[in-house]
Design a protein around this ligand. Structure first.
Ligand SMILES: *Cc1c(COP(=O)(O)O)cnc(C)c1O
Length: 773
């Protein structure tokens, strides 16, 4: 006689509930909490814990009458497993509550809809997919900006810059890591793709704030109950370790009821949110199951799990008792269940934790199997096929300029100047600067020579009416050689006089990098030297992590600086320089720091009793951001500076990278095509990281020449690599491109965006020559 029938004989209606997902570490599944709540609602119920590894520690929880441990997902015969689940759910009093998102998806696909499978349908799951959560319409929540990682790298990099590199990389079902620069994104993307077997990951902007959740329970579209939980304590990973339970506000509950009804939702769910300091709610994700803290709600007298089984079985549950509105988590040792000894620890793989450590219930394995099902066994179940990426569009002038270079005869690798592309950015800024100028305040651009000291670029800068910004006496010499006058030169940086202290004076402006330098400059001026029209200071605010500038947040140092500035003779004009790399901080942050720098300049005015007459905002802009975010707001920026500093006469920008990054490309030839099963997998080229020293730091657009037509085409992203010619592990020119099936030795590629530090920092290596240093 089946076990459940035996229970029926006792006379009280009993239920048997399978609960899967029992891991109970610091990032737990909810199975144990679900079972504890059910035990209170149905003391006589038979609770069977299901998992896919004996490492899921919740199998030892005494709340389970029995456990049913499966083979790992990779080995499980899914059809047979589905059949045996169907058998077990045959009796009217048997139910299944899954606490594993991917298992829920699989069950919905192969078993659903089923009256005793207490999880949502495939359609409902589609409507809550991350990150857009289409079903959220109507709730008073926003969705933080996101982008799919199937977009081109160029676009992804722009997204990250725009959001100040406060970015999360997230998997389609699980996993989220914060990334703060491009190389970490590349390696984590590769790791996530291999863990989850998909390219469909996404990047999402970070939202500041504190986490809270709403969990609800519903049966066939009827909302049974909902609670609002505010985290009171968290683990280092940000998981709940204590919380406060309250009622959701009506403005939330009413639209939620409509959503549950529209989705015909069955089962538990959790909406994970962040409340910003301004009080706005941002929805991070909506999970198709009860949260791991669900027993905390039961402790507060709201047994959501019990309500679900009650609605599904029609058997009244025991009323929940409110013990406290707050719950804490504690660590408790449990006897190991007889017959389920914990296997010995495995040595960590390459020092890192293996998946089975992080996901004992084997979700990555199931993800791979679902992926395989999607690709072969069952065409298009719910999720779209893997996307095909379209290559990044390059500006037409790149191709025109490259066509203008006669590459058939040149020895590669060869750096090509893109003359029209380069001239365009200098001229565009010159036009914008003159538009923002007024009779009271001139707006000037100064080209940063160190960014790329190529004579042709310096010439373009001079022709466009730029000043020259130099960081050494050698750079000053170069500027003078190319026709700049001393009064068109700005001196900056920590070692202006290197290697010889003789330069042509007076220059336009000198910005001192330290109080010590300022003291020397003040002494030289006092002894009668005419050094510059403007003497300024480079400011380092408390928000900047920088080795440069005077740390004005130190009261002592600020005071010392003020005393020195007050000693300057009246005919010397004061200037302030700040350099905030928007490419690292993000554009919003740049404007905030700009604002606070102006306030600092203003306090210099009031403390010295003199006017600050020159503001210089430095460089550090990525070309696209400079063009789309700074140049259009240049007029506003100047107005803002003049409001703060009424006697401002000169406003200077010092772009380097923004002018020239896209002004050069490196042409290289394919030396070898390496095939795997007939398809090109890697190519070795005659270029290398010696010509592209920052190849790993930001994405570069790549063009390939069709050897028959001579046309240049953008190269899409893919799984192949462009390997450099150097015998060095890190000489990878591009880690993820798509190669044409017929690519051949001798074909030409052009790696674009190589005109800034890619050019000035290139080095001689592997050529049988010493580099002369
Ligand atoms: C290097 C440098 C610049 C230019 O920076 P980019 O990142 O190339 O725009 C501007 N000003 C100073 C003082 C610099 O040292």
């Amino acid at each position: 006689m089946p076990f459940s029938n035996l229970l029926m004989l006792r006379g009280t209606p009993a239920v048997k509930i399978y609960i899967s997902g029992l891991y109970c570490g610091p990032n737990p599944s909810s199975g144990v909490g679900v079972a504890r709540s059910l035990r209170l609602a149905y003391p006589d119920a038979t609770l069977i814990g299901v998992d896919y590894s004996s490492r899921s520690s919740g199998i030892h929880a005494p709340v389970f009458d029995d456990v049913w441990i499966q083979q790992p997902w990779a080995r499980l015969d899914l059809d047979a497993y589905a059949a045996s689940i169907r058998d077990r759910l045959e009796p009217e009093d048997s139910f299944w509550i899954s606490c594993l998102d991917l298992e829920i998806l699989w069950m919905a696909q192969v078993l659903g809809p089923h009256p005793r499978l207490l999880t949502p349908s495939v359609d409902a799951l589609d409507r809550i997919a991350k990150p857009a959560v289409p079903a959220h319409e109507g709730l008073p929540v926003g969705i933080p900006p996101f982008i799919s990682t199937t977009e081109q790298d160029w676009t992804l990099n722009a997204f990250c810059r725009r959001h100040g590199w406060k970015i999360w990389l997230k998997g389609p079902y699980y996993d989220a890591v914060q990334i703060n620069w491009w190389p970490s994104f590349l390696s984590l993307r590769a790791a996530f793709q291999s863990t989850w077997g998909t390219e469909k990951l996404f990047l999402q902007a970070h939202v500041r704030g504190l986490e809270e959740s709403v969990s609800f329970s519903a049966y066939q579209g009827r909302l049974l109950d909902a609670v609002h939980m505010v985290k009171r304590d968290i683990t280092p990973e940000g998981k709940t370790w204590g919380g406060h339970i309250e009622d959701p506000v009506p403005d939330f509950l009413n639209p939620l009821r409509d959503i549950v009804s529209a989705l015909k939702w069955t089962g538990g769910a959790e909406l994970e949110m962040i409340r910003s300091p301004a009080g706005e709610l941002w929805l991070m994700e909506m999970n198709p199951r009860f949260p791991a803290w669900i027993h905390g709600a039961t402790i507060a007298g709201r047994n959501l799990v019990g309500r679900l089984v009650e609605a599904a079985s029609g058997i009244p549950m025991r009323a929940a008792e409110r013990q406290s509105n707050e719950f804490a988590r504690i660590v408790v040792e449990m006897p190991v269940r007889a017959g389920y000894p914990i296997p010995p620890l495995q040595e960590p793989l390459n020092g890192s934790q293996h998946h089975s450590g992080k996901y004992p219930s084997g979700m990555p394995m199931l993800a791979h199997r679902l992926q395989a099902m999607r690709n072969h066994e069952r065409p298009a179940v719910t999720v779209d096929p893997e996307p095909v990426s379209t290559p990044a569009i390059v500006p037409a002038s790149f191709i025109e300029d490259i066509l203008g270079a006669d590459l058939d005869k040149v020895q590669t690798p060869h750096r090509i100047l893109l003359p029209r592309t380069a001239a365009r950015s200098f001229n565009q800024l010159a036009v914008a600067a003159s538009a923002a100028s007024s009779s009271a305040c001139a707006v000037r651009a100064a080209y940063s020579i160190k960014t790329n000291p190529d004579e042709r670029l310096i010439e373009l800068a001079r022709n466009a009416g730029f000043l020259a910004e130099a960081i050494s006496e050698l750079e000053v010499g170069q500027a003078l050689n190319q026709g700049f006058l001393p009064e068109q030169i700005i001196l900056n940086g920590p070692a202006k006089a290197w290697p010889n202290p003789t330069v042509a004076y007076p220059v336009h402006a000198i910005f001192c990098d330290s109080v010590d330098e300022l003291r020397q400059v003040v002494q030289r001026i006092a002894s009668g030297e005419d050094l510059a029209e403007f003497i300024g200071v480079r400011l380092r605010g408390p928000q900047l992590i920088s080795r440069f500038g005077i740390p004005v947040y130190s009261r002592l140092i600020f005071h010392e600086m003020i005393e020195l500035l007050r000693e300057l003779p009246q005919h010397v004009r004061l200037g302030c320089h700040f350099h905030i790399a928007s490419s690292n901080f993000g554009i919003g942050q740049w404007w905030r720091l700009y604002d606070s720098s102006l306030r600092c300049a203003k306090s210099i005015e009031s403390c010295t009793d003199r006017s600050v007459e020159c503001v210089d905002i430095g460089g550090g802009w990525f070309p696209d951001d400079f063009e789309s975010e700074l140049v259009p707001k240049l007029g506003d920026a100047v107005r803002q500076a003049r409001e703060a500093l009424p006697n401002l006469r000169v406003f200077v920008l010092e772009p380097g990278r923004a002018m020239v990054q896209h002004s050069m490309a490196v042409a290289m030839r394919v030396l070898e095509v390496r095939k795997y099963m007939g398809f090109p997998q890697d190519i070795v080229v005659d270029g290398s990281i010696a010509e592209l020293p920052l190849a790993w730091q930001f994405p570069h657009r790549i063009l390939e020449r069709d050897c028959k037509t001579g046309d240049w085409q953008p190269m899409p992203r893919g799984m192949a690599r462009i390997l450099g010619r150097l015998c060095m592990e890190d000489d990878i020119v591009a880690p993820n491109v798509q190669l044409r099936a017929d690519i051949k030795e001798g074909e030409l590629l052009a790696i674009c965006d190589a005109g800034a530090y890619e050019s000035s920092m290139a080095y001689t290596f592997g050529r049988g020559k010493s580099n002369g240093l």
